[in-house]
Design a protein around this ligand. Structure first.
Ligand SMILES: C[C@](O)(C(=O)O)[C@H](CC(=O)O)C(=O)O
Ligand SMILES: [Mg+2]
Length: 300
């Protein structure tokens, strides 16, 4: 009922512990608070909060148009709805290194377990598109140092994302990843790795957890969880996948409505009302009503 039953501190601690255990944590992207509930109910280990999804949800492209306030607000709505740890996409940190410090504090207050900050120039773009640019080494490291300085809860996971692979190649990516770890990053998100061998090279390069981005229609081949685990990956995200699936279903549903004038033939594709109510814990609210509001007042 209502929000997560765990405190934010407990979620961060659990996230750190699971990462330290070496298991591979699967974190599908929640496109809204309700889908975070579904991810938890299906037994996944975490929830990813994607910048691309937040932008798309607002009808905007993912080119740095969203503000810190919008992203932190959505992160709060999603993170509070689940007992799972949430990892949020903080893009380039929303400004200069000083802003990055503030971004970290806002995200801490929003209740996420971790966030990632990337080394793209502003305005950023999707990491799987051509023509992106990265900042110089100094600026990239300053962003991470500012993030670490801004953090108040040592259990908040600060992940550095590097986009340099798609710009300067794999050697540069390995060097940048090592430098980001030296600057204080707790984990590395090597963006747009093309092959499993590239993930393995990144695995050998740093001794902190690494993340694999299994976004569709991008630069990376889509590897299974088992193959990523064997390559030594610690976290995997499918950032936009649930939104893509839901939008794909919406397109097909609208087509049916156009052609058939009713959605009867699509009922099997829909989440049943009963399943929605389970997810929302309607029953818990009903009991609450009974226990709290159904009482008799004695008159004498
Ligand atoms: C992970 C990502 O940063 C996101 O915002 O979800 C995107 C995903 C995408 O656009 O497919 C990315 O840059 O990879
Ligand atoms: Mg993003």
């Amino acid at each position: 009922m209502l929000y997560s039953t765990l405190s934010v501190a407990a979620k961060r601690e659990a996230f750190r512990a699971r990462l330290a255990s070496g298991e591979l944590l699967r974190m599908p992207g929640a496109f809204n608070p309700l889908s975070a509930r579904l991810i938890e109910a299906r037994g996944f280990e975490g929830v990813y909060i994607s910048g691309a999804v937040i932008s798309a949800d607002l009808g905007l492209p993912d080119i740095g148009l969203t503000t810190l306030t919008e992203v932190a607000g959505r992160a709060r709505q999603i993170a509070r709805m689940t007992d799972l740890p949430a990892l949020v996409d903080a893009d380039t940190g929303f400004g200069e290194p000083m802003n990055v410090g503030r971004t970290v504090q806002e995200m801490e207050d929003a209740g996420v377990a971790g966030l990632h900050i990337e080394d793209q120039v502003n305005p950023k773009r999707c990491g799987h598109l051509d023509g992106k640019e990265v900042v110089d080494r100094d600026t990239a490291l300053k962003r991470i140092r500012a993030a670490v300085d801004g953090r108040r809860d040592p259990n908040l996971l600060i992940m550095a994302r590097t986009d340099i692979r798609g710009v300067e190649g794999m050697d540069a990516a390995v060097t940048r990843a090592r430098e980001l770890v030296d600057a204080g990053a707790d984990a590395i998100f090597p963006e747009a790795m093309a092959t499993l061998e590239e993930f393995e090279a990144m695995r050998r390069a740093v001794d902190v957890p690494i993340l694999a981005n299994m976004t569709e229609f991008g630069k990376s081949e889509l590897f299974t969880v088992d193959r990523l685990r064997d390559a030594g990956v610690n976290l995997v995200i499918w950032p936009v996948s649930l939104l893509r699936l839901a939008m794909g279903a919406a397109v097909r549903g609208l087509e049916t409505l156009e052609h058939e004038g009713a959605l009867t033939s699509r009922l099997g594709d829909m989440q049943h009302r009963a399943d929605l109510y389970d997810l929302l814990d309607y029953e818990g609210y009903a009991h609450f009503d009974e226990d709290v509001f159904t009482f008799t007042v004695a008159r004498d």
